[in-house]
Structure formats: structure tokens, C-alpha cells
Design a protein around this ligand. Structure first.
Ligand SMILES: Cc1ncc(COP(=O)(O)O)c(C=O)c1O
Length: 393
């Protein structure tokens, strides 16, 4: 038994259902919630004690950092895990990845520009691209017998024809759970080079990998990729601290760095001390906790595999290579016949899954009969969720 096993065995529904918690709060007590990408588990003890120490010492005045602890932890972790050396003094600490998306869209692209992104995609990205009056140019993920694939043939020419001025890579991908290979990432990097455009690489799910899948920071692919990649990530998914609102942006392109460096520092705001401490501890002291978490998530994923197999092909999915999200094709089930599969499931099974259509918003791709199930919960709750959903399909 692992050191942290007890933490992954039980969940605290009393705390999860507090109204200020997005995932479970404000749902009736019978509904099981499996939608937002938060985990039902707690946090690593080292993060908890660092935060408790701050509360004990009432340490909430203006902070002073000689060296920003988040940047120090980020740089040394990238070196340690991936043998990638981020460019010195090119990392900024911000509050969240969507803020980084906004900054990069605002300062590296113009209204009307095409923005290439794998679709289905995390809905907030699609919404933000649209709200900023840029055009979503979908790189469509295809469900094939061998797994989720994206056709990169003639990519540069296709992107040029669509007047694409930036590629967004979410790797690992949400919701399909793909961890893109070196070949796939290189094809994207080559297209970016040919068009001489930047790449925003969202690596927020990279701590959650299964089997022998590995994470490759996009900026580590080549010197050219390093110069055109804006890397954004945080400890919030892997370490379950999304509410602490701390993220980083590492800027490869000189033009973008020069532009944002010329802006007043207050334009970006300052992240809070608790979040910075939590992130720095997560990235420097919690790899053992993360290892055990990934073992638990792999067990949960196996439970989903078994459950899907009971439908004899009526429910389709590919086991994710990374992260705790199962992207389910329910089109051959009763749920798939409803205007929105997840609405039918919520009503009939009292289980809240993430809405399929949200992942293709503002595109012509139809995913109303799909659902995203978050399996970062304890086994008992996961089995109950699957039983309820299975009964109404
Ligand atoms: C791929 C991806 N990027 C970004 C985010 C959100 O990050 P933040 O809360 O830091 O904006 C999520 C949250 O689910 C996500 O899945």
C-alpha cells in the first residue's frame, strides 16, 4: 500500500458539496458530479502543511521574493523531468492559463486571424478565441480504430489557406486524453516554422500520464520551436489546486516578450502568496504523491475500460493516454438520441457529466451525443456513477 493510499480511497462529500465549489456545489444531494476538471481527492500533505504554516503565522502581508519560488521550481523541474532548459528570465507568473491565452491572443494575433486548434477542445479556449474575434480553424481529431488521430498532411499549406497566425497545442489534449508523440509535435512545429508563426502550448495536463506515454514540452523540440513557443502550465491539474489560481507563461518569441515587457507590471496583476507557495511546493516536493495519484487514476481508467466493454460497441471510447477524462461516444445509446446526451443523463441518472457540445463550440463539428466523464474520484463513487449512467443508456 502506498504512503498516500488512504487519501485516494475516500472522498469528503460534505466538503465537495459546499456551494462555493463549482463541481459539486449547487447540485442537489442526489446528483453525482463528474464534470469540471477538478479531482475529488484532497491535496499532497506537503502542500497542505506549507499552506497551514502560512495560516498559522498569519502570513498575509505583501510578500517579498528574492527569486520568485514558482519560477525557480518551474525551471528546475523542466530540467529534471524533461531535460529542457527554459530560457532564463522569460517566465512570468500569472493567475491562470486562460489569462495567458488572452494575453497571447491579444499581443500576437489580430481580429479576423485564424487560430488553429485541435477540436474537440477544452471549451474555454474555443469561447475565448471567438470572443476575441479571431477565427477558430479546427484541426479535427478523428476517432480511428487505432486511437485518436489528427491528419497533419500538407498542414502548412492548409493553415496558410485559412490565414492562420497562431497554432494552439493542448498537450495532453482535453478531452480526448491524447499525449501527442514526438512525430506529431514535430509536424506541428514544422508547419509553424514554415509559416513563421507562434505556437501556444498548453501543458496543464502533462503530470497525468498513463502507461509508457511521455510528455514532451513543445519548446524542447528544437531551437526553432523554442523561439516560437509560448508555454503555459500550472500545478493546478496534477496537484488539484485549481482554486489557488497560479499559472506560468514562458515566452520564447522575442517580439512578444519585448511587447509585454514594455507594459506596466500592474497590467498583469500579482498572483496571491498562498497559490505561489502551493505551486512551488507541488513542483519541488510532491513527485511521490503524484506517482501514487497516477497509479490510482490508472486503476480508475481500467474500471472505465471494463464498463465500456459491457456495451458491445454501443459506447465507444479510447482509453486516455493522459489525464483523468474519458471522452465517450454515446451516439448509439438512448442518450445519443437526445438533443444533448448529458442532459438526458442528468435527468434520468442524476449524474452530471461535462456537456459534449461544449467541446466543439463555434465549429461545425457536432458532439451533442458525446460526454466527458471525470474519473478522478474514489472507486466506490466511480462505480456508482458508471452503474447509474449504464442503466439509462
Ligand atoms: C487544457 C486546459 N487548459 C486550461 C484549463 C484551465 O486552466 P485555468 O484554470 O488555469 O485557466 C483547463 C481546465 O480544465 C484545461 O483543461
Amino acid at each position: 500500500m502506498g504512503k498516500f493510499a488512504a487519501q485516494f480511497k475516500s472522498i469528503n462529500l460534505g466538503s465537495l458539496r459546499k456551494p462555493r465549489r463549482t463541481k459539486w456545489g449547487n447540485n442537489d444531494d442526489e446528483t453525482l458530479c463528474s464534470w469540471v476538471a477538478d479531482m475529488d481527492f484532497g491535496i499532497a500533505p506537503a502542500i497542505k502543511s506549507a499552506m497551514e504554516e502560512m495560516i498559522r503565522d498569519e502570513e498575509f502581508g505583501y510578500p517579498f521574493w528574492d527569486l520568485d519560488p514558482v519560477i525557480v521550481a518551474f525551471e528546475s523541474r523542466m530540467e529534471r523531468l524533461y531535460n529542457w532548459t527554459p530560457i532564463p528570465e522569460r517566465t512570468k507568473v500569472l493567475s491562470d492559463l486562460i489569462q495567458v491565452l488572452q494575453i497571447v491572443l491579444h499581443h500576437s494575433t489580430k481580429p479576423g486571424d485564424g487560430i488553429a486548434i485541435h477540436v474537440p477542445a477544452y471549451n474555454n479556449f474555443l469561447v475565448n478565441i471567438e470572443e476575441m474575434n479571431r477565427r477558430i480553424v479546427p484541426l479535427q481529431m478523428e476517432f480511428t480504430e487505432e486511437g485518436w488521430k489528427c491528419d497533419n498532411t500538407n498542414l502548412a499549406a492548409r493553415l496558410k489557406a485559412e490565414r492562420v497566425t497562431m497554432i494552439i497545442v493542448i498537450n495532453p489534449q482535453n478531452p480526448t486524453g491524447r499525449a501527442f508523440t514526438h512525430v506529431e509535435l514535430t509536424e506541428l512545429a514544422e508547419a509553424a516554422k514554415e509559416l513563421d508563426i507562434p505556437v501556444l502550448s498548453d501543458e496543464i495536463h502533462s503530470d497525468l500520464l498513463f502507461d509508457d506515454h511521455v510528455h514532451i514540452p513543445f519548446a524542447s523540440l528544437s531551437d526553432d520551436a523554442a523561439r516560437r513557443t509560448i508555454t503555459t502550465t500550472s500545478a493546478t491539474k496534477g496537484f488539484n489546486i485549481a482554486g489557488t489560481r497560479t499559472a506560468i507563461m514562458h515566452v520564447g518569441p522575442d517580439a512578444l516578450w519585448n511587447e509585454i515587457s514594455s507594459l506596466p507590471i500592474d497590467y498583469f496583476g500579482a498572483p496571491n502568496t498562498l497559490g505561489k507557495v502551493a505551486t512551488a511546493v507541488a513542483w519541488s516536493e510532491c513527485e511521490d504523491w503524484l506517482g501514487e495519484l497516477n497509479e490510482q487514476l490508472a486503476k480508475n481508467r481500467a474500471i472505465i475500460d471494463e464498463w465500456v466493454a459491457t456495451f458491445d460497441g454501443k459506447v465507444k471510447y479510447h482509453a486516455p493516454e493522459a489525464t483523468y477524462l474519458a471522452w465517450l461516444d454515446l451516439s448509439r445509446t438512448k442518450a445519443g438520441a437526445a438533443p444533448e446526451a448529458t442532459e438526458y443523463i442528468l435527468e434520468n441518472a442524476k449524474v452530471r457529466l461535462a456537456t459534449g457540445s461544449d467541446y466543439t463550440l463555434h465549429t461545425e463539428i457536432d458532439t451533442h451525443s458525446w460526454a466527458r466523464l471525470n474519473f478522478a474520484t474514489n472507486e466506490e463513487n466511480l462505480r456508482e456513477i458508471l452503474k447509474r449512467v449504464g442503466e439509462v443508456l
